[in-house]
Write a protein that binds this ligand. Sequence first.
Ligand code: AKG
Ligand code: FE2
Length: 212
Amino acid sequence: MKQLGLGLLPKEELKNVSPRSEQAIAPVTLIKTFLNLQQQQALLTESLTYPFAQPMVTVFGKQHPIPRKQVWFADDGCAYQYSSLLITPTPWPQGLLSLRNQLQQQLNVNTNGVLVNRYQNGSDSMGWHSDDEPEIEPNSDIVSISLGASRDFVLRHKATQQKLTITLHSGDLLIMHGDMQQNWQHSVPKRLKVSEPRINLTFRKLVVGFHE
Ligand SMILES: O=C(O)CCC(=O)C(=O)O
Ligand SMILES: [Fe+2]
């Protein structure tokens, strides 16, 4: 298991920033190949049974389907609201429950829900956002695990617009630390050359009973 610090930015990101010491360091930790090939394959197979939906959201007064599919698995009392959608929890499938326990044991991260996003190919995407909904336990880490196709995950600092791109490969785990959502947005931009599907799991800790 190799752990990378992400304090350094790629060269092209440096050219407009002076002096160097002004750069923010994104509060993320990347653990490459956290899941072995066998675990990746088992979860990809399990994901074929997940009840994915493609809800409509309102953007600038117009209704659109989100550009990907998703499902929210969580404990009782953990409904999740974002983009005006209130999503009630679906019970955990076995593979994700085991993975949640693995995160608790190996990383000491305690979660009670996982948002699964399915990007059919590089035309599917996720726009700029922060995961800063009020039902998320304040300052909790969000653990993101990727399966299938590699995709770029882009961070953008809210104040300076500084960008950082991390390519997430199958089996990689990225921790978005508690203070990240306050200062940074993130996105998964379209990548039209990508033809294979990707699954992303974001394990979260919600305040139980928030929407009750
Ligand atoms: O697909 C990804 O890597 C990011 C997903 C994400 O940002 C989210 O579910 O909030
Ligand atoms: Fe997010």
